[in-house]
Design a protein around this ligand. Structure first.
Ligand code: ATP
Ligand code: MG
Length: 292
């Protein structure tokens, strides 16, 4: 009797277990469906952002440029055009950031690396940053090792990394401050190290772990009126890591900030390619395929 009781209890328990498994499977199926739907909505959203927002904004900028070029505008109208220009530029920046994030997160960000010169990317980034720094009487010092070999990067993206870090340095440094950019080869490996430091407001220690997160901004009175969305560093970190580099920050509130990032030297990639080729010479490949 005891045995039969045990068997029937086990049977009941098994049936109950089967019910639970069926329930969980159904739940998983529903979650899966929801995820697919979310993914579909996300794709639609990004295609809307891409086509419906980027194109009109580019058109607005184009027409503002044309009106300015014709030059038959009063000084008040010219001032209004500048406001339109700066606002549409800001919006376009945000739209581009959102698109970059979606590509980064989907692993679809196209990095087209090749051997390139760090100094010329820095020079291009400075073209954008210098007027902003001049406005605030901030001194910009650049020191790139003249013997630095070529790096391996996507020129457009390396410039984006540099512009993001330098624009932060300008944004978060009060008037008459100092920014420095150093580029040098790292001792221990085939990487280049770029150090962007400033004498600005710095970052509180308890906020440091979060500043590379999406939409993370440190709320402070000193920067109440600075424009920003908290996407710059998130994208910068993603771009650096997509190149095989890393980024770190050292900062203290009121003591300035120092961002250090690495990128591979072209020689490192060449070595790896050679090593890959060596690892699979023609004979070895044949032997391998015969064996398999
Ligand atoms: P945006 O998306 O326009 O770049 P943002 O500059 O606020 O906006 P991030 O570049 O991601 O966003 O920076 C995140 C936060 O880290 C900033 O809001 C700021 O508080 C802090 N931060 C970044 N760089 C510096 C710096 N050089 N000095 C002081 N604080 C900084
Ligand atoms: Mg920023």
């Amino acid at each position: 009797y005891a045995f039969r009781l045990y068997v029937s209890q086990t049977k009941v328990q098994m049936e109950h277990l089967e019910d639970i498994v069926a329930e969980r499977t159904e739940e998983l199926r529903r979650v899966n469906e929801d995820l697919k739907e979310l993914d579909r909505i996300k794709s639609i959203f990004f295609s809307v952002v891409n086509h419906e927002m980027r194109n009109p904004l580019t058109a607005i900028q184009g027409y503002v440029y044309l009106i300015e070029k014709v030059g038959r505008v009063s000084s008040k109208q010219a001032e209004m055009l500048r406001v339109i220009e700066s606002n549409s530029h800001q919006l376009l920046g945000l739209v581009n950031d959102i698109l970059d994030i979606s590509r980064l997160e989907d692993g679809k960000l196209n990095i087209l690396p090749r051997a390139m010169d760090l100094a010329s990317a820095v020079a291009q980034a400075l073209n954008v940053i210098k007027p902003m720094a001049d406005d605030k009487h901030i001194e910009l010092a650049v020191d790139i090792d003249p013997n630095l070999p070529m790096i391996y990067g996507d020129e457009k993206r390396v410039m984006q990394i540099l512009t993001n870090l330098l624009s932060n340095a300008v944004k978060y440094t009060p008037n008459a401050g100092h920014i420095s950019l150093v580029g040098r080869r790292r001792e221990q490996d085939e990487m280049v190290e770029v150090i962007v430091s400033d004498t600005g407001i710095g970052i509180p220690t308890d906020q440091l772990p979060y500043i590379f997160n999406r939409f993370s901004r440190v709320e402070r009175e000193a920067i109440q009126h600075t424009v920003g969305t908290g996407l710059g560093l998130y994208i910068t970190k993603g771009l650096i890591e997509a190149h095989g580099g890393q980024i770190h920050v050292q900062s203290e509130e009121g003591e300035g900030s120092c961002f250090i990032f690495t990128l591979p030297l072209a020689s490192l990639v060449e070595q790896e390619t050679e090593a890959d080729n060596e690892a699979l010479s023609y004979e070895e490949a044949c032997a391998l395929s015969e064996r398999s």
